[in-house]
Design a protein around this ligand. Structure first.
Ligand SMILES: [Zn+2]
Length: 201
């Protein structure tokens, strides 16, 4: 199963001739192209947004243009770089398949594409390392991630029983909008895990 099936793979992970400087350089992610050039991009895995703006020099995202970075439940950081626009904000919780931004060519880039990179850490400097030690090969990471996610699936009747018995009463007595929002999010996590549609968008 290829997690990047809907994209054209422009440049793989690993050693390559750098397209800008024409010297051998380690490519820390994959370069993927979708059409049209400012087409929507969706989260490959769920997580919390910890960066959603133009990367500044020295931050760990210098030259990456507009970057959305999402921390997954294992503490790995998924970086979506060179976007023309970010469509999430810091602290947002996203699910797999949520729209995170629009493809672009911001930062050091030779044309519209998505540079997708998975870092092993989120700090300091958003887990940036100049060598390959700080990143993982994205295709294998996603395949392993999805395989484990598959095992963690929930039966529809169990998911709905938890929602009816615990989450709906909790939602009814929640005092703040934040609490209600969080309960709604948990209910949707259960719905998605059991193959159902989300109800709170
Ligand atoms: Zn790249």
């Amino acid at each position: 199963m290829n997690p990047f099936e809907s994209f054209r793979l422009m440049s793989p992970f690993g050693m390559r001739i750098d397209p800008i400087n024409k010297v051998p350089k380690f490519h820390r992610g994959v370069d993927l192209v979708t059409t049209p050039s400012s087409g929507p991009l969706y989260a490959f895995v769920a997580g919390e947004v910890i960066h959603a703006k133009e990367g500044v020099k020295g931050s760990g995202f210098g030259g990456y243009g507009f970057v959305v970075a999402i921390k997954d439940d294992k503490g790995y950081l998924h970086c979506y770089a060179h976007l023309s626009k970010a469509m999430v904000q810091v602290a947002d919780k996203v699910l797999r398949g949520d729209k995170v931004g629009l493809q672009g060519s911001t930062g050091i880039s030779t044309g519209a594409h998505l540079h997708y990179e998975i870092r092993k850490a989120c700090s300091p400097s958003f887990g940036f390392t100049s060598t390959e030690i700080g990143v993982v090969e994205p295709t294998k990471y996603l395949q392993d991630y999805y395989a484990k996610e598959g095992l963690a699936r929930v039966e529809i009747k169990d998911a709905n029983a938890i929602i009816e018995k615990y989450l709906k009463p909790a939602w009814g007595t929640a005092k703040t909008r934040e609490e209600k929002k969080e309960i709604g999010r948990l209910a949707d996590e259960l719905r998605v895990a059991s193959g159902q549609e989300r109800q709170n968008v």
